[in-house]
Design a protein around this ligand. Structure first.
Ligand code: SF4
Length: 341
């Protein structure tokens, strides 16, 4: 028995540690990546929720001209660097024939690698359907190239990939709500986020919270917006939860193609609620110095001027955004909605 537990202990110690910064695309591919590495037998270490230490590292080491979310990525990666054997920072361009993600997602791994020579090896597969015509063959190659770093068993690698894809699909299925659930949310029969504190109110205010997933799910960078809204009696739906068909229907109404993939759900959500006028307000959070956000801010603002939909508040966030100023604007917005109602 003693021998067995020692043997197990040695095996555990030999497990390779893969670090994944909790930032940017992690918020989209969390289930896919973590399942894959765990199934390969690796220990997956994800950086904690953004905290003051991580933010300080980000501000100190990231290039000034980067957007706030990319700066935070730097903070998360630096926080993890001495705790892992590998980093996993894919250079992910797109999984769509035409539409692309942010160019930052592609360059980040190489920038970190060249700026920080003391970083552990970065696993940085490149995949872009739109720009490099990558498809299944490329994906299989990537899966095996990564897999062989952790096991020599090809069956185990294929099984890990299959389970990872299944976990990813499951994650998306749970995230995107159906149109009937949206209807129930509108009638206050279900809550999709933190239950609102109604206080003296009979009904909660209904607000769509729109923004990048890595902003909406990172409480430090969004200044705890979901909790603040719930405390003020607001029932929230986020752009990442919206039924996909409604987003795509809105995108089809544009007379141009919205080329940046991840902002389609942002603009689609705003357009849908502006057109249908079925909620009390829309709150759009944008990241300072984000190129795609600056386009969406402008388009959303023009669209809302053309329609008689709910009021739209747009807030741009960076590392200097003060909690007091932020909360004052939020309260003024909610007061205005109350008066309007
Ligand atoms: S989409 Fe905007 S916020 Fe996201 S990484 Fe690119 S520039 Fe930064």
């Amino acid at each position: 028995m003693i021998y067995e537990s020692e043997h197990k202990g040695a095996k555990m110690r030999m497990k390779k540690k893969v670090g994944i910064p909790r930032a940017l695309l992690y918020y989209k591919f969390e289930a896919l990546w973590t399942t894959f590495f765990k199934e390969l037998g690796a220990t997956v270490i994800i950086s904690p929720d953004t905290n003051k230490t991580i933010k300080d590292l980000a501000v100190r080491y990231a290039p000034d001209e980067d957007c706030y979310s990319t700066k935070l990525y730097f903070g998360h990666a630096i926080f993890l660097k001495d705790k892992v054997d590998y980093f996993f920072i894919p250079r992910f361009g797109s999984d769509h024939e035409v539409n692309v993600g942010c160019p930052k997602f592609i360059g980040l791994a190489q920038v970190l690698d060249s700026l920080f020579p003391d970083f552990p090896e970065i696993i940085m597969p490149y995949y872009s359907k739109a720009k490099a015509n990558h498809g299944k063959r490329r994906l299989i190659r990537i899966i095996f190239e990564i897999g062989f770093k952790f096991t020599l068993n090809p069956v185990k690698i294929l099984r890990a990939a299959r389970r990872a894809i299944k976990a990813h699909r499951e994650h998306e299925k749970n995230l995107y709500i159906s149109e009937s659930k949206l209807e129930k949310w509108l009638q206050s029969k279900v809550s999709l986020n933190i239950k609102p504190n109604l206080g003296n109110r009979n009904e909660p205010l209904k607000i769509a919270l729109v923004g990048h997933r890595y902003l909406l799910n990172d409480n430090l960078s969004n200044l705890n917006i979901k909790e603040s809204l719930a405390e003020k009696g607001v029932d929230v739906i986020t752009s990442e939860q919206m039924p996909r068909r409604l987003i795509e229907d809105q995108m089809n109404k544009l007379d141009y193609n919205m080329y940046f993939d991840y902002v389609r759900e942002l603009l689609g959500t705003i357009m849908y609620f502006q057109e249908n006028n079925i909620i009390d307000g829309i709150l759009q959070l944008a990241v300072f110095s984000c190129g795609p956000d600056s386009i969406i801010l402008e388009l959303a603002s023009r669209y809302s001027q053309r329609t008689s939909g709910p009021p739209l508040l747009q807030l741009v966030i960076d590392e200097l955004t003060s909690e007091v100023g932020f909360s004052t604007r939020l309260e003024a917005f909610l007061d205005m909605i109350e008066r309007r109602n």
